[in-house]
Design a protein around this ligand. Structure first.
Ligand code: NI
Length: 169
């Protein structure tokens, strides 16, 4: 297994939608395992393929609070087929948007369709924190970052800060 480099805003790859997966190969599963290792190492609760420069519709997540209860989930070609309600995602953050957090309004309940690591079809409902994590990661696969879902004012303040930092480095 290998740790993958996590792309950071303003890398243009993060704002492009990825391509759907058309076939599951051993090579692809190896990449999925690398994504999982990268997520745990970061550490993060979710990682989308676009964050590691992979143009494939894949995400991994694990919202278990402690290492000893690890429960890795893989979703290939995930999509939200139903969504309702509203929840405030407090202080949402992202491995690709370092040193920044903001509240984001998310759907409180979603139904997700996708395939697991072996290509088996999954359909399930998620609510609360899990629903937030899944919306965040599925957004990534469509080229959307959480800072695209906050006010223009806040987003511009963040962009200014990043530009300043890039000038200084
Ligand atoms: Ni993220």
């Amino acid at each position: 297994m290998a740790l993958l480099d996590i792309l950071e805003y303003p890398d243009g790859f993060l704002s492009k939608p990825v391509l759907p997966v058309t076939g599951i190969t051993g090579e692809l599963q190896q990449k999925i395992d690398d994504m999982a290792q990268t997520m745990y190492h970061a550490p993060g609760v979710g990682l989308a393929a676009s964050q590691v420069g992979l143009n494939q519709c894949i995400l991994v997540y694990d919202v278990s609070p402690r290492d000893e209860n690890r429960a890795l989930h893989v979703l290939i070609n995930p999509r939200i087929v139903c969504q309702e309600g509203e929840i405030l995602s407090e202080g949402e953050g992202c491995l690709s948007v370092p040193d920044y957090r903001s509240d984001v309004i998310r759907y409180s309940q979603i139904r997700v369709e996708g395939c697991d690591r072996d290509g088996k079809l999954l359909v399930f409902d998620a609510e609360g924190y899990l629903a937030i994590v899944l919306q965040h990661e599925i957004d990534h696969l469509q080229g959307v970052l959480f800072i695209d879902r906050i006010s223009v004012l806040k987003r511009n303040l963040y962009k200014k800060r990043i530009k300043k930092r890039l000038r200084q480095s």
